[in-house]
Design a protein around this ligand. Structure first.
Ligand SMILES: [Cu+2]
Length: 492
């Protein structure tokens, strides 16, 4: 299959300094596996959804309407977004047919009761005075200021208890922020800049996605069957929605903008030529934008929700050959990810990798932190069953877990039992230490997701600036997130 490139969304209006988009969330089907139709939940009819191309400092408003059978929530991962547009898990976009009786959320996560969660009658929100309130609307305007470092972001579903299956069914799309300074660097661009959204999925023989939900309608009972409590894996690797695609290109430098949008699968990527050489993966950016200087990797681990901005030079591969992107952590078919077919010599390649990429990285120091907090990400009991907990507690929208004054700098010490990719909304952070030692080469730059390995601790430092309001931090293994591993972060 050729590599699909997600369509770029077209604004419905660009008046008043804001780009406005409209996205209808709807069911459709697509030919993902040759000759078969796969039913999907989509943003605007495609998986991945349409890519939002944004300029730094120029706001984007996306109006979402929901024609899916269940409520949804849109979150822009990595966005510096005001709280009312951040996609809190109970700020719902309702389908028209959903019951709209006033109701509040059950006090406990993981309990039946989403059915009929209608909130405030399609009203205009509640201002969050009651933390248990569900706000619901038939359409919702999400405003993204894009007042942040240029980077690859992604939008996806974030509905309480049901994020993982909705993501699996296709609710994910890219959102790229650019600015003039980055454009002026001379990095590979145009057809040599390629977004790669990597996901794994499992299919039935007739082409449908298969997912072990306890409630296949995703209405009442969250969670997955016992064998999948650690996270749901697929045996087909999709890149931009196509299985093991091959992208035909020329022997030039390419900027590969990687996103692991898988629910639970970790990858360790290599670029291998047919004669067995590994091409350098030159990292120029992390989750939250450009590094200060490039970092060269031979292989690169990528956890769910992480992004890496890479330059790979295909001039080292013979014309006519394949460069395979391989997952060292995979077995059998999941060892392959995709390939590039180097079809022709490059026209004069005037792209470059400047030795200095960015000078605006925050350099928070340990002594800047006004407090240190500890969070343990571990398995535990929840509602009489298995859960994933932060500090021994499952997510409860009625409880504020962390209160931070706007502008404070903090160190968070995170510790994990098994793999947990920990994500903070609103802010980017630096990784100070990993396992009590200096961070790893791929920890460079500004991050919004840190991949904790089994038994590992990490210290991160950040300044909570931008906006006041109710945000989240959580594990981005999507099944862990749905089974309690999320907490409230209130910036005051
Ligand atoms: Cu986790």
């Amino acid at each position: 299959m050729p590599l699909p490139l997600p369509a770029v969304a077209r604004p419905v209006s660009t008046d008043g300094g804001t780009d406005r988009y409209e996205i209808v969330q709807r069911e459709t089907s697509a030919e993902i596996l040759p000759g078969l139709r796969t039913p999907l939940w989509t943003y605007g009819g495609s998986f991945p959804g349409p890519t939002i191309e944004a300029r730094r400092g120029r706001p984007v408003t996306v109006t979402h309407r929901n024609e899916l059978p269940v409520p949804t929530v849109v979150h822009l991962h990595g966005g510096r977004t005001p709280a009312d547009s951040d996609g809190y898990p109970t700020d719902l976009v309702l389908p028209a047919a959903w019951p709209q009786t006033p109701q509040t959320m059950p006090g406990m996560p993981g309990m039946p009761g989403m059915d009929g969660a209608g909130g405030h009658g399609g009203g205009t929100g509640t201002g969050m005075t009651d933390p248990r309130a569900v706000t619901s609307r038939l359409r919702r305007d999400y405003t993204f200021p894009n007042d942040q470092r240029p980077t690859l972001l992604w939008y996806h579903d974030h509905r309480m208890d049901f994020t993982a299956p909705a993501l699996w069914r296709g609710l994910a799309g890219l959102h790229i922020v650019r600015d003039d300074a980055e454009d002026a660097l001379g990095l590979p661009a145009g057809p040599h800049e390629i977004p790669l959204m990597i996901t794994d999925r499992a299919f039935t023989a007739d082409g449908a996605l298969t997912y072990p939900s306890l409630d296949p309608a995703l209405r009442d009972r969250p969670g997955v069957t016992e064998p999948h409590l650690a996270g749901v894996l697929g045996d087909v690797v999709l890149v931009n929605g196509a299985p093991w695609p091959v992208h035909e290109t020329d022997a030039a430098r390419h900027r590969l903008r990687l996103l692991n949008a898988s629910n639970a699968r970790h990858y360790e990527l290599e670029a291998r030529t047919e004669d067995g050489r590994r091409l350098d993966l030159v990292q120029i950016g992390a989750d939250q934008g450009l590094l200060a200087a490039p970092v060269t990797h031979r292989s690169l681990p990528i956890a769910p929700a992480e992004r890496y901005d890479l330059v790979v030079d295909f001039a080292a591969a013979p014309v006519g050959s394949l460069v395979r992107i391989v997952n060292r952590l995979g077995t059998g078919r999941t060892r392959d990810v995709m390939a590039f077919r180097i079809a022709r010599p490059a026209p004069a390649d005037d792209s470059r990798i400047p030795p200095r990429l960015a000078t605006d990285l925050p350099d928070w120091r340990r002594e800047d932190a006004v407090r240190t907090r500890d969070f343990a990400f571990r398995a535990g009991r929840m509602n009489g069953g298995h859960g994933w907990l932060i500090g021994g507690r499952p997510f409860d929208p009625a409880r504020t877990d962390v209160t931070v004054p706007l502008g404070d700098t903090e160190i968070w010490r995170l510790i994990a039992d098994v793999h947990h990719p920990v994500h903070l909304h609103l802010v980017g952070f630096r990784i100070l230490t990993r396992g009590g030692r200096p961070p790893l080469p791929h920890d460079a730059g500004l991050k919004d997701t840190v991949s904790l390995r089994p038994g590992e601790s990490a210290e991160i430092i950040t300044r909570f600036d931008g906006y006041r309001g109710r945000y989240l931090f959580h594990c981005h293994n999507a099944e862990h997130e749905d089974m309690g591993m999320m907490a409230n972060l209130e910036v005051v």
